[in-house]
Design a protein around this ligand. Structure first.
Ligand SMILES: [Ca+2]
Ligand SMILES: [Ca+2]
Ligand SMILES: [Ca+2]
Length: 385
């Protein structure tokens, strides 16, 4: 570097600074000019060469400011905006209009005309001779299901009702004794209750089936033969009443049950024990009724129930009721429901009133007259107006 050539330029650029340098340099070098080291400066304005020691470098530093490189701003990478995921609008489920159930018209139970039926009583009139005074109103198109029951005890000889003819117009009925002990079959006039139904379903006022009627025909081939009948529906506690409604054989006989289930029952044509237990084919009418008290559409009250009975009289009470009864006591049918004792047996009824009746079991006169306990079913009908 040529310092000498540089000075004039510095002097020109920094006139005051240069003068200050000279003053400082003079002051610092005056005591010992000999100490000037290798650096020499030629003052061209004065042609005086002055020598400076080390501080010259410091001054020189002031004269020549360090080159400051241009400040290069740091390269700022382009700001990449964060990737914002596209805003997915929340899924709004489609609005389902509320389901309006179709308007169901109120269920009106089908109007089922009450099953045609008639019930009545012949008071103290029926004897051992066929009685033909029971006629039906014109409600049956064919021979109905017919049931009868002796409801007085004016004579104690073993006996039961027996239908000798039946048609859509009426029946003939007699009091049938038996000849196990003697040949006497004459019987005092008794009251006979009867009911005749079309073959079908019995419903209460609500339209609920409470019973059914039917007829079957079979031949009794032996004392151990049982005929099975399957019902149209099941019952919780069915009461069954049945009667022979044809008269193909004059040998005294009646219906006996062995089993009464919810929807099936078994029966036979039971001759008295002194007979051979074989009986020609007969038609048997039956009615099955749910135990309990039922009101029919015509206002009639049907009360069915069961009791336990032996050869001794047993009091049976009807349900308390304030219903007006068209007859002095409900028309009452009774029937042995069980086969606890295989000796032939029928029921006898007495003291029938509005509040109840008495019932007992009756074997043929030739037997000991004692009969173990059986279940007796009953159906009491208070006809409608
Ligand atoms: Ca007799
Ligand atoms: Ca008699
Ligand atoms: Ca026989």
């Amino acid at each position: 570097m040529n310092i000498v050539r540089t000075i004039p330029r510095l002097k020109k650029q920094y006139p005051y600074g240069f003068a200050l340098l000279l003053v400082i340099g003079a002051l610092s070098t005056l005591p010992s000019p000999q100490s000037v080291n290798s650096a020499s400066i030629v003052d061209e304005s004065t042609t005086t060469v002055q020598q400076y020691n080390q501080p010259v470098a410091v001054l020189y530093g002031l004269v020549t400011p360090p080159v400051t490189p241009p400040i290069t701003p740091p390269i700022t990478p382009p700001v990449t905006p964060p990737i914002t995921p596209p805003v997915t609008p929340p899924i709004t489920p489609p609005i389902t209009p509320p389901i309006t159930p179709p308007i169901t018209p109120p269920v009106t139970p089908p109007v089922t005309p009450p099953i045609p039926y008639v019930a009545g009583r012949v008071v103290n009139t029926v004897t051992h001779k066929p009685y033909t005074g029971i006629t039906f109103p014109a409600i049956f198109t064919s021979t109905p299901v017919v049931l009868t029951n002796m409801t007085t005890y004016r004579e104690a000889d073993t006996a039961a009702t027996r239908i000798t003819t039946a048609s859509s117009k009426g029946i003939a009925v007699k009091i049938e004794e038996e000849q196990s002990k003697d040949r006497e079959i004459v019987h005092a006039a008794e009251s006979v209750d009867y009911a005749a139904f079309a073959n079908g379903i019995i419903r209460n006022t609500a339209g609920t089936q409470i019973g059914e009627t039917g007829k079957v025909t079979f031949k009794q081939t032996s004392g151990t033969y049982w005929y099975t009948v399957r019902l149209k529906q099941s019952y919780k506690n069915p009461v069954a009443i049945a009667q022979i409604t044809s008269y193909t054989s004059s040998q005294p006989a009646h219906v006996r049950f062995r089993y009464i289930g919810r929807n099936v029952f078994q029966l036979q044509i039971e001759e008295w024990d002194y007979l051979d237990q074989v009986h020609s084919a007969e038609e048997v009418s039956y009615i099955i009724i749910e135990a309990g008290r039922h009101q029919l559409a015509d206002g009639a009250i049907f009360e069915a129930g069961k009791t336990q009975a032996t050869h001794q009289w047993k009091q049976v009470s009807f349900s308390p009721t304030s219903d007006q009864r068209p007859v002095s006591a409900p028309l009452t049918l009774t029937q042995v429901q069980t086969y606890a004792n295989s000796q032939a047996v029928v029921t006898r009824v007495r003291s029938l009133t509005d509040s109840g009746f008495q019932v007992r079991l009756q074997e043929e006169e030739g037997n000991d007259g004692l009969h173990t306990r059986e279940t007796v079913g009953y159906l009491a009908i208070s006809p409608g107006k």
